[in-house]
Design a protein around this ligand. Structure first.
Ligand code: GLP
Length: 244
């Protein structure tokens, strides 16, 4: 486990940008795993800027997003499909048909199964970007999720719905109750993992990710088993590490 503590969110984003660009340049058909939430936004901004300035081609890149809310149409402003199109895909030369995000409407178990099958068919994922929930979730794998889980349907915890209410007019009741997410095993199957966390609210989860015995109480502890994981933090997210 490689841990990098940065002095700013820009420094964090620059590190991730460079790791992603390396994967794109080093592979004929790169497969990237992408994340949503506020943490990776600056990384996407830098990747768009790189495309504008340096024309790094995304023509052969395949992407798989970690998760999607269940019950939101693709054009819903809080769907992760909308987020990815708006913040990355429409600004670069990726083929939209090569961008994969679970579809949040329909038979959710079937959607999850087909998504996992597609990852197996087109993967392995060369680099999976991850954020971190305040309760230690990765993707939408909430506490209690089996470490052997593949892409599946989850019930979101109240803590997660409260955390994400800021995107839904600050009303937790508007946050969907279910989501479709890559499972923990799906994530562990990726060749390289890069986890980003910033801010004090993530400090406890970061502490547990690094120091606690693997336990489903903190889904992020499953990552300790992975052979190639880089954790990129700001000072606040790393604050409990220093005092211990
Ligand atoms: C959501 C996403 C996660 C993300 C987490 C952290 O719950 N499903 O994939 O890592 O939020 O989000 P943020 O970066 O906004 O703190």
């Amino acid at each position: 486990m490689k841990i990098i503590i940065c002095n700013s969110t820009l420094e964090m984003a620059e590190k991730v940008q460079s790791l992603i660009l390396n994967i794109i340049k080093d592979n004929k058909q790169p497969v990237l795993g992408l994340a949503t939430g506020s943490t990776p936004l600056l990384t996407y901004e830098l990747l768009v800027k790189d495309y504008e300035d340096n024309k790094t081609s995304w023509k052969n890149v395949i992407t798989f997003n970690l998760d999607e809310y269940y019950g939101l149409e693709k054009n819903h402003e809080q769907s992760y499909r909308y987020y990815m199109n708006k913040n990355l895909f429409k600004h670069i030369n990726i083929k939209l048909e090569n961008t994969n995000i679970p579809y949040g409407v329909g038979d959710s178990d079937l959607i999850a199964k087909r998504y996992e099958d597609l990852i197996v068919a087109l993967g392995p994922i060369d680099l999976q970007l991850l954020g971190l929930g305040t309760n230690g979730h990765i993707g939408f794998n909430e506490p209690g999720t089996n470490f052997d889980s593949l892409t599946h349907v989850v019930q979101l915890k109240n803590q997660t719905r409260n955390d994400n209410a800021r995107f839904f007019n600050n009303d937790p009741d508007k946050v969907p109750t279910e989501a479709i997410t890559m499972g923990i095993k799906t994530i562990l199957n990726c060749k390289k993992i890069v986890l980003l966390a910033s801010g004090n609210a993530k400090a406890e989860a970061v502490y547990n990710l690094i120091n606690s015995k693997p336990s489903t109480d903190w889904p992020c502890t499953a990552l300790q088993k992975h052979k190639d994981i880089t954790i990129i933090l700001d000072q606040e997210a790393a604050s409990l590490l220093k005092s211990n």
